[in-house]
Design a protein around this ligand. Structure first.
Ligand SMILES: C[S@@+](CC[C@H](N)C(=O)[O-])C[C@H]1O[C@@H](n2cnc3c(N)ncnc32)[C@H](O)[C@@H]1O
Ligand code: SF4
Length: 382
């Protein structure tokens, strides 16, 4: 029987670049974008030759960048190629990322007709000053209109991204952002703590003292506000940054956290298949040259994961989820007891109220544990 595989497709273009963002994406012309789509289709064929015999596709995620900034027809083109060369399950979850001001009714129709059944939209914050300071070019109205467009075409599986801890962002703005999403009944919310990435305009401004990060305590309060409001509104925190109403957990996300197989297509896309992590080149020109010149997929690096690295990934990824770390699965995979190996550390964390072990032997972070999760993980991996 064929195994399951998830596909991630990277679209490295945006209409403008946000000040905090270091995802691989640039502002470009339609003709460049169309050239990229042609090469991406070639990569799909090359990869399918390798993987289609062994795998069926259970989830697809088109991310970026901003996939919705491709010209009309490109997404359809990409999906037709995927369906032609890969075997995609009828029940596959197919997600596409959108920016609130890069869609039209026609585009949404194209995406849905191409099989997209879940949309993820970046709102970030409802405070227009914060949006401007982030370098975002949309308004809250644009977001609301996008939601209406999607819903009017029958899709309810929608996610919104928000960010916490941006310079100038107040707790009130976070509360209003969450209230807005709850009032719109958006069933899935990803809430990311700002990470100041090196080389971004934001980092430069923070370093120069032009922009100030909120105090750590204020950012924690923002996270607690998100957690409390969403829990009261019937959402479950199924991972530290992800909240869903019942029935709306993202299947593709779970593939990453469960360390299941996924294949990344396109420039800068990462893959994890059969214990090997590999990544395509981040350089669009190198991507073009390699596929056109050599008819080869431009892999920049490939690493067989060592047993020790696998253990660390297991701990790191599972403790971020509400399901926690399955000690039976750990024992089965690594032939050793997680509980015995970390007896003293676990006893301390449990005593401190940061971790619990449930009746099925799962180690789970508590509310206090989620606030210091990186420290707990670091300790348990050392
Ligand atoms: C790949 S982006 C794509 C979404 C889409 N292009 C947009 O911006 O609306 C996915 C999400 O990552 C989050 N993100 C990007 N850079 C971040 C950073 N430096 N720190 C925290 N979150 C970030 C944002 O919430 C963003 O919506
Ligand atoms: S956050 Fe989204 S829209 Fe902004 S630059 Fe990054 S990928 Fe593009």
């Amino acid at each position: 029987m064929k195994k399951e595989l998830s596909l991630y497709v990277h679209i490295p273009y945006c209409n403008s670049k946000c000040e905090y963002c270091n995802f691989v994406s640039t502002v470009s012309t339609d003709s460049e974008k169309l050239k990229y789509v042609e090469l991406l289709k070639r990569e799909i064929v090359l990869r399918a030759n390798e993987y289609n015999k062994l795998y069926t596709i259970s989830t697809i995620y088109i991310g970026g960048g901003t996939p919705s900034c491709l010209p009309l027809g490109s997404i359809k083109d990409i999906f037709q190629t995927i369906y032609k060369y890969f075997t995609v399950k009828n029940s596959a979850e197919i997600t596409m990322e959108l920016n609130p001001n890069s869609v039209t009714e026609e585009k949404i129709t194209e995406y849905i007709n191409s099989g997209v059944n879940r949309f993820s939209i970046g709102l970030q914050c409802v405070d227009q000053h914060v949006l401007l300071s982030m370098g975002r070019t949309h308004t809250v109205d644009d977001f609301d209109n996008t939601i209406s467009l999607i819903r009017s075409q029958g899709i309810s599986n929608i996610s919104a991204d928000i960010m916490l801890g941006y310079p100038g962002q107040k707790l009130k703005a976070v509360q209003e952002t969450i209230d807005h999403l709850v009032s719109l009944n958006i069933p899935h919310i990803s809430s990311y703590m700002l990470s100041v990435e090196s080389g971004t305009p934001l980092q430069l401004m923070v370093d120069k003292g032009v922009k100030y990060l909120p105090k750590e305590n204020d950012t924690i309060k923002m996270y607690q506000t998100v957690l409390k409001t969403l829990t009261n509104a019937g959402y479950n925190r199924y991972e530290i940054s992800n909240f869903a109403k019942p029935g709306f957990i993202c299947k593709h996300n779970k593939v990453y956290w469960n360390r299941s197989d996924y294949l990344g297509l396109g420039v800068a896309a990462h893959s994890y298949v059969a214990g090997v992590r590999f990544a395509n080149t981040e350089d669009i020109k190198a991507y073009f040259d390699c596929i056109i010149g050599k008819n080869k997929v431009p892999v920049a690096e490939a690493n067989k994961i060592s047993k020790e690295e696998m253990k660390e990934e297991f701990v790191m990824l599972s403790l971020r989820t509400a399901d926690g770390l399955d000690t039976t699965a750990y024992q089965k995979e690594f032939g050793e007891s997680f509980l015995a190996k970390n007896k003293d550390k676990l006893a301390n964390f449990i005593k401190g109220g940061f971790l619990v072990i449930d009746s099925q032997g799962r180690v789970k972070a508590t509310d206090s544990g989620f606030l210091v999760l990186n420290k707990l993980i670091l300790e348990l991996c050392s």
